[in-house]
Design a protein around this ligand. Sequence first.
Ligand SMILES: Nc1ncnc2c1ncn2[C@@H]1O[C@H](COP(=O)(O)OP(=O)(O)O)[C@@H](O)[C@H]1O
Ligand SMILES: [Mg+2]
Length: 342
Amino acid sequence: MRRIKLSLARDLKVDFVDRDLALRRVEEWSEKSTYPVQVIYGPEGCGKTAWLRQSVELLRELGFDVIYLNPIERIFLTEVGIEDVRRRLNEVLHEATDEAWVKATWLLIDLARSLIKAGRRRVAIIVDDVFSAIGLSKAAMYVKGMLGLIEYPPRDYDVIITVAATSEGLSRREIGRHRWADLMPMWNMSKEGFKQLYNQIPGNKLPFEEAWRLTGGNPLILGEFYKAGWNIGTVVGKIIDNKRIEAFIASLSTEERHWLEDAVNDPDTLLTRERMQLMDRLVELNLLIDVIPERDSYLWIDHPPLRKDLGLGIGEHNAWQTPLHREAVKRVLERFNRSSPP
Ligand SMILES: Nc1ncnc2c1ncn2[C@@H]1O[C@H](COP(=O)(O)OP(=O)(O)O)[C@@H](O)[C@H]1O
Ligand SMILES: [Mg+2]
């Protein structure tokens, strides 16, 4: 399989590495269809998009008609045997507006039907980050539309693959209430995989063990470090600003701030009745991932994290998206306590 190239930073192209188990999962799907829809969730920047884009390449080589759409990053890839389908998508996306991408997202289901109707027998529809584009409240409806392709196809087919990926903890909840999808987590890279990526970065860099300890294997954060000249404060500061952590912490009561301190040490401490609301807010801000399933590799896309690895902010049931997300919260808490001691 041809390995795709990815941009870790504007001036740094890398080869797709690792994720062998995740790619093998796609091969399994190519033999027996996905049922129901597979919804993949995981930390922001853990590598969902990279894997899915590599999967487009794999599926094309396996003889599939593939459509991949990512309205947030504004990428669409089509490998389809029906020119009309590509033309219709191109027409809608000719106008490069948010509305056009939302329209294209909904149109995708129709286009997949057209492919099946036209007699294509191996079809893969991959949507990435569409829920934040169409609105989280519509996530479940969209998944139901994808399921309809498998359950009520306009014509016979051999294999249909339907996959959606999301970094939004909330969309996962919305979808989880129905039985239209299997929710499958994907975690940051394993230490070996991360090493292969790290080795592709030229020049002076943080020692590997330190990069691992700070990123927890998250390739996006590794890229941020590279861009920031390996300055930790810059990268943490960016997370603090993007997620508006100052405002979030200022909105908490003294008691809640204590709970948050506990969660910095062990995210599972949030699992009590009183602390649940705080946990929900951390999920909403995409700082924390909750309800992490057992570390049975069958339930995961690629390698699961350790059952517990508090050094990286991973508890048994809850985990910080990366150690740096936790660090961002920790730094603001400390600042807060200094300026208004308890
Ligand atoms: N398997 C991989 N091999 C090489 N680079 C990767 C890999 N996975 C992710 N990356 C890099 O990390 C960045 C963030 O990954 P991405 O797939 O966008 O994360 P997500 O979609 O989960 O938010 C990508 O732009 C890419 O540069
Ligand atoms: Mg993505």
